[in-house]
Design a protein around this ligand. Structure first.
Ligand code: GRF
Length: 215
């Protein structure tokens, strides 16, 4: 069974979605451990409740990124992962870190990349008046939020949305697509396709989403 290490920085709802899917057998994988760069991350308590090994590598205790990443890599590698998932891990990682985990490091990002890389994605989407927004799971490369896309999920933007309501709608989809991506990775179903990553087993829903729907 493939071993998955989950990196978090805060709430940990994406991590919780993965752990729940493993518990129910929807995702056949072992939670090798959860690592946070913040000692006060709420997600750590969630993982503790499920007896998943936990560690903290507090970036503030290191002189520079290199020293932090050395410690982070040591903590991750102790858990011998097949896959490392950045699930709300709010640190930018270096090219050396990415290289160390080449092909086995994925990230969940709350936008339809390549739109809105970086922070405050929901605020920026609302400011632009886009009608469709969403989230992306992608392999991590040295260019932030630009690695090969595995799966995306879209939601409609409502006229009355605030940053919070839009974030909540996207988050629910994040949980679903992250579980799918990890499941495909663990079943060796991610292959190279003509346009980046292809999922060998997946079905594409041809129904186009238009927002608003024509009357
Ligand atoms: C998610 O929206 C994730 O995409 C973003 O930060 C949020 C983390 O949420 N990078 P959680 O910690 O998984 O609840």
């Amino acid at each position: 069974m493939k071993r998955v290490v989950i990196l978090i920085s805060g709430r940990g709802s994406n991590m919780a979605a993965l752990l729940a899917a493993m518990r129910t057998g929807q995702l056949v994988a072992t939670a090798a451990g959860v690592i946070s760069n913040r000692p006060d991350a709420a997600g750590l308590a969630l993982a503790a409740g499920q007896s998943v090994p936990r560690a903290v590598v507090d970036h503030r205790r290191f002189a520079d990124r290199e020293a932090f990443e050395r410690a982070l890599i040591a903590a991750i590698d102790t858990l011998t992962p097949d896959l490392v998932v950045m699930a709300g891990f709010m640190r930018i990682v270096s090219a050396a870190f990415v290289e160390h985990y080449a092909g086995r490091l994925i990230n969940i990002h709350p936008s339809l990349l390549p739109a809105y890389p970086g922070l405050n994605t929901h605020r920026r989407a609302l400011a632009d008046g886009v009608k469709i927004h969403g989230c992306t799971v992608h392999f991590v490369t040295a260019s932030v939020d630009q690695g090969p896309i595995i799966v995306q999920g879209a939601v409609a933007v409502h006229d009355g949305d605030t940053e919070a309501t839009l974030a909540a709608r996207v988050l629910e989809v994040e949980h679903r697509i992250l579980v799918s991506a990890v499941r495909w990775f663990c079943a060796d179903q991610l292959v190279s396709g003509r346009h980046g990553v292809r999922v060998s087993s997946a079905v594409v829903d041809e129904a186009a989403m238009t927002v608003p729907v024509a009357d």
